[in-house]
Design a protein around this ligand. Structure first.
Ligand SMILES: NC(=O)c1ccc[n+]([C@@H]2O[C@H](COP(=O)([O-])OP(=O)(O)OC[C@H]3O[C@@H](n4cnc5c(N)ncnc54)[C@H](OP(=O)(O)O)[C@@H]3O)[C@@H](O)[C@H]2O)c1
Length: 324
Protein backbone atom coordinates (compact mmCIF):
# COMPACT_ATOMS: atom_id res chain seq x y z
CA UNK A 1 0.00 0.00 0.00
CA UNK A 2 1.46 3.42 -0.93
CA UNK A 3 1.62 6.23 1.61
CA UNK A 4 -0.45 8.54 -0.55
CA UNK A 5 -3.73 8.27 -2.41
CA UNK A 6 -5.85 10.24 -4.87
CA UNK A 7 -8.44 12.46 -3.18
CA UNK A 8 -10.54 15.56 -3.67
CA UNK A 9 -9.13 18.31 -1.44
CA UNK A 10 -10.94 21.35 -0.08
CA UNK A 11 -8.24 23.44 1.58
CA UNK A 12 -10.40 26.57 1.90
CA UNK A 13 -14.06 27.47 1.49
CA UNK A 14 -15.03 28.64 -1.99
CA UNK A 15 -16.64 27.61 -5.28
CA UNK A 16 -16.39 23.85 -6.08
CA UNK A 17 -14.17 24.69 -9.07
CA UNK A 18 -11.38 25.49 -6.56
CA UNK A 19 -11.30 21.91 -5.28
CA UNK A 20 -8.08 20.08 -6.11
CA UNK A 21 -8.05 16.45 -7.24
CA UNK A 22 -4.58 15.22 -6.27
CA UNK A 23 -2.35 13.36 -3.83
CA UNK A 24 -3.26 13.18 -0.14
CA UNK A 25 -1.76 11.23 2.77
CA UNK A 26 -3.22 7.74 3.22
CA UNK A 27 -5.50 7.78 6.31
CA UNK A 28 -4.58 5.51 9.21
CA UNK A 29 -7.49 3.86 11.06
CA UNK A 30 -7.67 5.03 14.68
CA UNK A 31 -9.55 3.72 17.70
CA UNK A 32 -12.63 1.70 16.56
CA UNK A 33 -12.07 2.75 12.95
CA UNK A 34 -11.60 0.69 9.81
CA UNK A 35 -9.77 1.72 6.66
CA UNK A 36 -12.12 1.34 3.68
CA UNK A 37 -10.93 1.03 0.07
CA UNK A 38 -13.59 3.24 -1.49
CA UNK A 39 -15.21 1.86 -4.65
CA UNK A 40 -18.02 4.38 -4.99
CA UNK A 41 -19.34 7.49 -3.27
CA UNK A 42 -22.16 9.98 -3.87
CA UNK A 43 -22.68 13.76 -3.80
CA UNK A 44 -24.89 15.12 -1.02
CA UNK A 45 -26.22 18.41 0.27
CA UNK A 46 -23.48 18.36 2.94
CA UNK A 47 -20.79 18.48 0.21
CA UNK A 48 -22.36 21.48 -1.49
CA UNK A 49 -22.43 23.22 1.93
CA UNK A 50 -19.03 22.03 3.19
CA UNK A 51 -17.11 23.09 0.09
CA UNK A 52 -18.56 26.63 0.06
CA UNK A 53 -18.82 27.02 3.86
CA UNK A 54 -22.46 28.05 3.37
CA UNK A 55 -24.80 28.48 5.14
CA UNK A 56 -22.24 30.00 7.53
CA UNK A 57 -23.77 28.25 10.55
CA UNK A 58 -22.45 24.95 9.14
CA UNK A 59 -18.91 26.22 9.80
CA UNK A 60 -19.53 25.47 13.49
CA UNK A 61 -19.53 21.82 12.42
CA UNK A 62 -17.10 21.87 9.46
CA UNK A 63 -14.47 24.35 10.79
CA UNK A 64 -14.71 28.11 11.40
CA UNK A 65 -12.14 29.46 8.93
CA UNK A 66 -11.43 26.39 6.80
CA UNK A 67 -12.58 22.76 6.70
CA UNK A 68 -11.21 20.70 9.61
CA UNK A 69 -11.22 17.65 7.32
CA UNK A 70 -10.15 18.68 3.83
CA UNK A 71 -11.70 15.72 1.94
CA UNK A 72 -15.50 16.06 1.48
CA UNK A 73 -17.94 13.16 1.02
CA UNK A 74 -20.12 11.32 3.54
CA UNK A 75 -21.51 8.26 1.77
CA UNK A 76 -19.52 5.30 0.52
CA UNK A 77 -19.39 1.67 -0.53
CA UNK A 78 -16.16 -0.30 -0.50
CA UNK A 79 -14.05 -3.03 1.05
CA UNK A 80 -12.35 -3.10 4.46
CA UNK A 81 -8.61 -2.84 3.88
CA UNK A 82 -7.38 -2.64 7.50
CA UNK A 83 -8.82 -2.65 11.00
CA UNK A 84 -7.84 -0.15 13.73
CA UNK A 85 -7.40 -0.72 17.48
CA UNK A 86 -10.41 -2.11 19.37
CA UNK A 87 -12.49 -2.45 16.22
CA UNK A 88 -14.29 -5.80 16.05
CA UNK A 89 -17.38 -5.29 13.85
CA UNK A 90 -15.65 -5.98 10.48
CA UNK A 91 -12.77 -8.00 9.08
CA UNK A 92 -10.34 -7.27 6.27
CA UNK A 93 -12.09 -8.06 2.96
CA UNK A 94 -15.66 -7.33 4.18
CA UNK A 95 -17.84 -5.36 1.76
CA UNK A 96 -19.38 -2.39 3.59
CA UNK A 97 -21.42 0.73 2.94
CA UNK A 98 -22.94 3.59 4.87
CA UNK A 99 -23.70 7.23 5.60
CA UNK A 100 -20.68 8.29 7.68
CA UNK A 101 -21.88 11.85 8.44
CA UNK A 102 -22.01 11.26 12.20
CA UNK A 103 -18.35 10.27 12.13
CA UNK A 104 -16.75 12.84 9.82
CA UNK A 105 -16.24 13.06 6.08
CA UNK A 106 -13.61 11.99 3.55
CA UNK A 107 -15.23 9.64 1.00
CA UNK A 108 -14.07 11.46 -2.18
CA UNK A 109 -10.82 9.53 -1.99
CA UNK A 110 -9.34 6.12 -2.73
CA UNK A 111 -9.30 5.29 1.01
CA UNK A 112 -11.27 6.54 4.00
CA UNK A 113 -10.81 5.80 7.72
CA UNK A 114 -14.29 5.47 9.26
CA UNK A 115 -15.64 4.66 12.70
CA UNK A 116 -17.07 1.14 12.46
CA UNK A 117 -20.48 2.40 13.64
CA UNK A 118 -20.78 4.45 10.43
CA UNK A 119 -20.88 1.29 8.32
CA UNK A 120 -23.08 -1.76 7.76
CA UNK A 121 -22.41 -4.95 5.78
CA UNK A 122 -23.09 -4.60 2.05
CA UNK A 123 -25.70 -7.25 1.13
CA UNK A 124 -24.71 -9.86 -1.47
CA UNK A 125 -25.69 -9.03 -5.00
CA UNK A 126 -25.63 -5.24 -4.62
CA UNK A 127 -23.03 -3.33 -6.64
CA UNK A 128 -20.84 -0.65 -5.05
CA UNK A 129 -22.44 2.01 -7.26
CA UNK A 130 -25.95 0.96 -6.18
CA UNK A 131 -24.85 0.87 -2.54
CA UNK A 132 -23.15 4.28 -2.55
CA UNK A 133 -26.39 5.85 -3.80
CA UNK A 134 -28.56 4.31 -1.12
CA UNK A 135 -27.91 4.86 2.62
CA UNK A 136 -28.52 8.58 3.10
CA UNK A 137 -31.49 9.05 0.75
CA UNK A 138 -33.21 5.78 1.62
CA UNK A 139 -32.98 6.40 5.36
CA UNK A 140 -34.30 9.96 5.00
CA UNK A 141 -37.20 8.68 2.88
CA UNK A 142 -37.99 5.68 5.09
CA UNK A 143 -37.77 7.54 8.39
CA UNK A 144 -39.89 10.46 7.08
CA UNK A 145 -42.58 8.57 5.21
CA UNK A 146 -42.90 5.28 7.07
CA UNK A 147 -41.68 5.93 10.61
CA UNK A 148 -42.83 9.51 11.21
CA UNK A 149 -45.78 9.98 8.80
CA UNK A 150 -46.83 6.32 9.31
CA UNK A 151 -48.02 6.08 5.73
CA UNK A 152 -51.17 3.97 5.23
CA UNK A 153 -52.17 2.03 2.13
CA UNK A 154 -53.72 4.01 -0.73
CA UNK A 155 -53.18 7.44 0.87
CA UNK A 156 -52.56 10.59 -1.22
CA UNK A 157 -48.95 11.74 -0.96
CA UNK A 158 -47.21 14.91 -2.13
CA UNK A 159 -43.41 15.14 -2.27
CA UNK A 160 -41.91 18.63 -2.49
CA UNK A 161 -38.40 18.65 -4.04
CA UNK A 162 -39.25 15.23 -5.42
CA UNK A 163 -36.66 14.78 -8.18
CA UNK A 164 -33.63 14.11 -5.97
CA UNK A 165 -32.45 11.04 -4.08
CA UNK A 166 -34.94 11.24 -1.21
CA UNK A 167 -37.98 11.97 -3.38
CA UNK A 168 -37.35 9.05 -5.70
CA UNK A 169 -37.04 6.60 -2.77
CA UNK A 170 -40.21 8.09 -1.20
CA UNK A 171 -42.00 7.43 -4.50
CA UNK A 172 -41.03 3.74 -4.44
CA UNK A 173 -42.01 3.31 -0.78
CA UNK A 174 -45.39 4.96 -1.39
CA UNK A 175 -46.11 2.99 -4.56
CA UNK A 176 -45.52 -0.29 -2.64
CA UNK A 177 -48.55 0.74 -0.58
CA UNK A 178 -50.73 1.63 -3.56
CA UNK A 179 -50.59 5.38 -2.89
CA UNK A 180 -51.27 8.19 -5.34
CA UNK A 181 -48.07 10.26 -5.49
CA UNK A 182 -47.66 13.86 -6.64
CA UNK A 183 -44.18 15.32 -7.11
CA UNK A 184 -43.07 18.97 -7.09
CA UNK A 185 -39.82 19.99 -8.80
CA UNK A 186 -38.82 21.81 -11.98
CA UNK A 187 -37.15 21.66 -15.42
CA UNK A 188 -36.38 18.48 -17.37
CA UNK A 189 -36.68 16.49 -14.12
CA UNK A 190 -40.46 16.72 -14.43
CA UNK A 191 -40.47 14.47 -17.53
CA UNK A 192 -38.04 12.05 -15.85
CA UNK A 193 -40.31 11.96 -12.79
CA UNK A 194 -43.33 11.00 -14.91
CA UNK A 195 -41.31 8.12 -16.36
CA UNK A 196 -40.37 7.02 -12.83
CA UNK A 197 -44.06 6.70 -11.91
CA UNK A 198 -45.28 9.94 -10.32
CA UNK A 199 -49.03 10.24 -10.90
CA UNK A 200 -48.84 14.04 -11.22
CA UNK A 201 -45.91 16.45 -11.42
CA UNK A 202 -45.98 20.16 -10.56
CA UNK A 203 -43.44 22.84 -11.51
CA UNK A 204 -42.65 24.84 -8.38
CA UNK A 205 -41.65 27.81 -10.54
CA UNK A 206 -45.24 28.01 -11.80
CA UNK A 207 -47.45 26.60 -9.05
CA UNK A 208 -47.48 26.84 -5.26
CA UNK A 209 -48.61 23.38 -4.09
CA UNK A 210 -50.14 24.87 -0.94
CA UNK A 211 -52.49 26.93 -3.15
CA UNK A 212 -53.81 23.95 -5.12
CA UNK A 213 -57.40 22.96 -4.63
CA UNK A 214 -56.09 19.55 -3.46
CA UNK A 215 -55.54 17.97 -0.04
CA UNK A 216 -52.98 15.30 0.82
CA UNK A 217 -52.76 12.73 3.61
CA UNK A 218 -48.98 13.02 3.72
CA UNK A 219 -46.61 15.75 2.55
CA UNK A 220 -42.85 15.07 2.69
CA UNK A 221 -40.82 18.21 2.05
CA UNK A 222 -37.18 18.19 0.99
CA UNK A 223 -37.02 22.00 0.63
CA UNK A 224 -39.33 23.62 3.23
CA UNK A 225 -39.71 27.05 1.69
CA UNK A 226 -43.16 27.80 3.14
CA UNK A 227 -44.76 28.54 6.51
CA UNK A 228 -46.51 25.96 8.74
CA UNK A 229 -49.78 27.76 8.01
CA UNK A 230 -49.26 27.20 4.27
CA UNK A 231 -48.45 23.50 4.83
CA UNK A 232 -51.66 23.13 6.82
CA UNK A 233 -53.65 24.27 3.76
CA UNK A 234 -52.32 21.30 1.79
CA UNK A 235 -53.23 18.70 4.43
CA UNK A 236 -56.40 16.59 4.52
CA UNK A 237 -58.06 16.03 7.92
CA UNK A 238 -55.62 13.76 9.84
CA UNK A 239 -52.92 14.69 7.30
CA UNK A 240 -49.24 14.67 8.31
CA UNK A 241 -46.47 16.95 7.08
CA UNK A 242 -42.80 15.92 7.54
CA UNK A 243 -39.83 18.08 6.64
CA UNK A 244 -36.60 16.36 5.71
CA UNK A 245 -34.65 19.62 5.34
CA UNK A 246 -34.83 23.14 4.00
CA UNK A 247 -34.61 26.81 4.92
CA UNK A 248 -33.40 27.39 8.49
CA UNK A 249 -35.97 30.10 9.20
CA UNK A 250 -38.80 27.79 8.09
CA UNK A 251 -37.47 24.92 10.21
CA UNK A 252 -37.40 27.23 13.26
CA UNK A 253 -41.04 28.21 12.55
CA UNK A 254 -41.94 24.53 12.47
CA UNK A 255 -40.16 23.92 15.78
CA UNK A 256 -42.02 26.81 17.38
CA UNK A 257 -45.30 25.57 15.91
CA UNK A 258 -44.73 22.17 17.51
CA UNK A 259 -43.98 23.78 20.87
CA UNK A 260 -47.32 25.60 20.61
CA UNK A 261 -49.30 22.46 19.82
CA UNK A 262 -49.15 21.96 16.03
CA UNK A 263 -48.61 18.21 16.23
CA UNK A 264 -49.37 17.36 12.58
CA UNK A 265 -46.10 18.90 11.31
CA UNK A 266 -42.85 17.09 12.03
CA UNK A 267 -39.11 17.60 11.60
CA UNK A 268 -37.05 14.50 10.80
CA UNK A 269 -33.86 14.06 12.83
CA UNK A 270 -32.04 11.48 10.69
CA UNK A 271 -30.60 8.36 12.36
CA UNK A 272 -28.02 7.34 9.75
CA UNK A 273 -27.94 3.66 8.63
CA UNK A 274 -30.38 2.53 11.35
CA UNK A 275 -32.77 0.56 9.11
CA UNK A 276 -30.45 -0.54 6.31
CA UNK A 277 -30.05 -4.11 7.49
CA UNK A 278 -33.83 -4.53 7.89
CA UNK A 279 -34.39 -3.05 4.40
CA UNK A 280 -31.69 -5.21 2.75
CA UNK A 281 -34.15 -7.81 1.33
CA UNK A 282 -36.11 -5.05 -0.45
CA UNK A 283 -32.87 -3.76 -1.97
CA UNK A 284 -31.75 -7.26 -2.98
CA UNK A 285 -35.11 -8.06 -4.62
CA UNK A 286 -35.04 -4.77 -6.54
CA UNK A 287 -38.22 -3.52 -4.84
CA UNK A 288 -36.26 -0.44 -3.80
CA UNK A 289 -33.50 0.90 -6.01
CA UNK A 290 -31.77 4.25 -6.19
CA UNK A 291 -32.16 6.41 -9.27
CA UNK A 292 -28.54 6.88 -10.32
CA UNK A 293 -27.02 9.83 -12.18
CA UNK A 294 -23.65 8.42 -13.28
CA UNK A 295 -21.40 6.80 -12.28
CA UNK A 296 -18.89 9.56 -12.93
CA UNK A 297 -15.08 9.51 -12.44
CA UNK A 298 -13.46 10.97 -9.28
CA UNK A 299 -11.70 13.64 -11.36
CA UNK A 300 -15.14 15.11 -12.23
CA UNK A 301 -16.09 15.74 -8.58
CA UNK A 302 -15.67 19.55 -8.57
CA UNK A 303 -18.02 19.87 -11.55
CA UNK A 304 -20.45 17.34 -10.05
CA UNK A 305 -20.74 19.21 -6.76
CA UNK A 306 -21.87 22.34 -8.64
CA UNK A 307 -24.15 20.24 -10.90
CA UNK A 308 -25.76 18.81 -7.74
CA UNK A 309 -25.93 22.16 -5.94
CA UNK A 310 -27.70 23.76 -8.90
CA UNK A 311 -30.24 20.91 -8.92
CA UNK A 312 -29.52 19.76 -12.48
CA UNK A 313 -29.38 16.08 -11.48
CA UNK A 314 -32.14 13.47 -11.11
CA UNK A 315 -31.76 10.99 -8.24
CA UNK A 316 -28.29 10.40 -6.78
CA UNK A 317 -25.06 11.65 -8.35
CA UNK A 318 -22.61 8.76 -7.96
CA UNK A 319 -18.82 8.78 -8.33
CA UNK A 320 -17.11 5.46 -9.09
CA UNK A 321 -13.70 5.83 -7.45
CA UNK A 322 -12.75 2.39 -8.83
CA UNK A 323 -14.84 1.62 -11.89
CA UNK A 324 -16.45 -1.85 -11.60
N1 LIG B 1 -33.30 15.66 8.55
C1 LIG B 1 -32.00 15.40 8.62
O1 LIG B 1 -31.48 14.96 9.68
C2 LIG B 1 -31.16 15.62 7.41
C3 LIG B 1 -29.82 15.19 7.36
C4 LIG B 1 -29.11 15.40 6.19
C5 LIG B 1 -29.70 16.02 5.08
N2 LIG B 1 -30.99 16.44 5.18
C6 LIG B 1 -31.70 17.12 4.07
O2 LIG B 1 -32.20 16.16 3.18
C7 LIG B 1 -32.46 16.78 1.94
C8 LIG B 1 -31.82 15.95 0.85
O3 LIG B 1 -32.72 15.69 -0.16
P1 LIG B 1 -32.21 15.18 -1.59
O4 LIG B 1 -30.89 14.51 -1.43
O5 LIG B 1 -33.32 14.45 -2.23
O6 LIG B 1 -31.96 16.60 -2.30
P2 LIG B 1 -31.73 16.91 -3.82
O7 LIG B 1 -31.20 15.74 -4.56
O8 LIG B 1 -30.99 18.22 -3.86
O9 LIG B 1 -33.23 17.13 -4.35
C9 LIG B 1 -34.02 18.22 -3.99
C10 LIG B 1 -34.81 18.68 -5.21
O10 LIG B 1 -35.61 19.80 -4.83
C11 LIG B 1 -35.66 20.72 -5.92
N3 LIG B 1 -36.01 22.05 -5.43
C12 LIG B 1 -35.20 23.13 -5.24
N4 LIG B 1 -35.91 24.18 -4.76
C13 LIG B 1 -37.19 23.75 -4.66
C14 LIG B 1 -38.40 24.39 -4.25
N5 LIG B 1 -38.43 25.67 -3.83
N6 LIG B 1 -39.52 23.67 -4.29
C15 LIG B 1 -39.52 22.38 -4.70
N7 LIG B 1 -38.41 21.73 -5.11
C16 LIG B 1 -37.26 22.40 -5.09
C17 LIG B 1 -34.26 20.64 -6.49
O11 LIG B 1 -34.29 21.08 -7.84
P3 LIG B 1 -33.65 22.48 -8.38
O12 LIG B 1 -32.46 22.79 -7.51
O13 LIG B 1 -33.35 22.21 -9.84
O14 LIG B 1 -34.67 23.51 -8.27
C18 LIG B 1 -33.96 19.14 -6.37
O15 LIG B 1 -34.36 18.43 -7.52
C19 LIG B 1 -31.84 18.17 2.01
O16 LIG B 1 -32.84 19.13 2.30
C20 LIG B 1 -30.89 18.05 3.20
O17 LIG B 1 -30.65 19.29 3.81
C21 LIG B 1 -31.72 16.23 6.30
Amino acid sequence: MSATMQAVLCNRYGPPEELVVGEAPMPVPGERQVLVRVHATAVNDYDWSLVRGKPAIYRLMFGLTRPKRPVPGMELAGVVEAVGPNSSKFRVGDRVYGDISEHGFGTFAEYCAVHEDGLVPLPDGLSFVFAAATPHALELAYQALIQIAKLKDRERVLLNGAGGGVGTFCLQLAKRQGCEVWGVDTGPKLEAMKTLGFDRVIDYRETDFTRLDERFDVVVDMKTTRSPRAHARALAPDGRYVTVGGELQRLLQLLLGRLFGRKDQHILPLKPNRDLEALAPLLQHGTLKPVIDGPHPLSETPRLIRYFGEGRHTGKVVVAVRPE
